[in-house]
Design a protein around this ligand. Sequence first.
Ligand SMILES: [Fe+2]
Length: 437
Amino acid sequence: MNKRENQMIGCPMPEKGVIAKGVYDAGPMLKDDTNGPTNEESLMQVVCGVNICDFNEYVEMLKKSGARIYLENGMINDRCVGFEYNDKQYYAMFSSKRNEIRIVEDPVELPLDKFAYSETGDKKTTVYCYGLYHDPANKNTLNTINCGMIYIIRLSDGSLFVVDGGYYFQHSKEANDALFNFMSEIADKQDDGRIRISCWYFTHGHDDHTDGCTRLLTRFHDKINLERVMHGFQSRLLCRGFSPACIDMKEVVTEYYPNVKTLKLHTGQKFRLSDMTVEVLFAAEDTISADALDTVPLRDFNSTSTIVKLTIDGQHFMLLGDTTTETEAFTEKYGNPELWKAEMVQVSHHCFNHLPKMYEWISAPVASVPNRFYGAHAHDNIHKLREVFKYTKDGQVYYNGDATYAFEATKDGFVNVATYPLSGKEFDMSWKHKHTV
Ligand SMILES: [Fe+2]
């Protein structure tokens, strides 16, 4: 392969277009980048001034050069491929609205077809919007908090897909025991008696989304088999606002599960985990401008939340993490909001953000709010929730600060099939973060 001028990653580059100067450091997977880049940074290069024909020619050239293509996906007028070249993993996406090809080199990743799996079982896939204790007055105190979220999806093969984890205040010993017991009830056990968590997904690097994982795996790692981790975390060096406590989660996962399969998420990835399809609709790296590859143009760290659409029995569940108006504006300009329609939505950022366009794109008849009823209806938040109410049917809004709600997908959408009381109250001061500000 003849390297082109400005080329800094190891795969063939498109023959057409101009390679933007420099490389964007999209961050490591499980290593700590507090003190500088690690040896597992994902690196992105951008080729400008190209069209879809140039991208199609590029894909043909990749095939001829011996690259193994394991993902091809189209999103309206955008196209992407995932491929392996010289034992390294790459991801290339054509953006029609920017006339760019973005290519990411992921040094520690498995090929997507080895990360994904499609074995199914006889369980009815169930979404558990898991209840966490939120401050009763929508405040932050010395032992309560008004944010945090965790979702658990029991897949048809009896394993668990877990989203985020909740803040450490929400994981008193009582609450953390209850979470483990709940998982034990709903999951199948392996021959060795352990629960299978087939994948733990983190929407973004804030501690109210990772602490629950840290504590659960610290206490119960000998009873849990964690098979996969995926996230779209960006470089801590480039994105201000990353919670140091997320390093605690990374260290616990690395210590107890050194062979865990990992996946860095990129927009356009679409793959199966048992019977569920995961589709990535937004990753923070999308917002990087070709003429400033060393700058993340996001003011709010919550904007780094990856946005993922899950498909279960033909029904769609949108996970927004703590996404913001910055993502909304970006998606309107460069993304594909036509793909966002869903039958259920996780209301973003504990109902703190006003996202009228986003909720219109999604138009979900069922909503799950990672806050209690009181917090979501508080004076500062109620007008944000009204944007969700425009699309929900028959009061189908569920508050994770009040209870755990179970949903099954039917041909008529997601239906609440069971409700469980909340476990745990105010924090008992039984543990704390290792890495602090
Ligand atoms: Fe949050």
